[in-house]
Write a protein that binds this ligand. Sequence first.
Ligand code: FES
Length: 80
Amino acid sequence: MTIGITFDGDEIVGRDGQTIAGVLLAAGRRTWRTADGAERGVFCGIGICQDCIVTVNGTESVRACQRTACDGDVIEKEAR
Ligand code: FES
């Protein structure tokens, strides 16, 4: 089954059960956050670091590598 998320206004299709990071990586996105001007995406991939954090449906600091993507999720970049 497919799901659809919105990432900074772009519609992205993923598969049911994928993490947000999985959906973004599969769509060719390698980074989705900046820290002190440096591009960040997945680093550890297991929820230990904070490189992959995004805002999900208005909730800040969600680890994209840990959160399962849900149909209709609205994802926004973070910069800190
Ligand atoms: S990549 Fe390290 S917490 Fe997600």
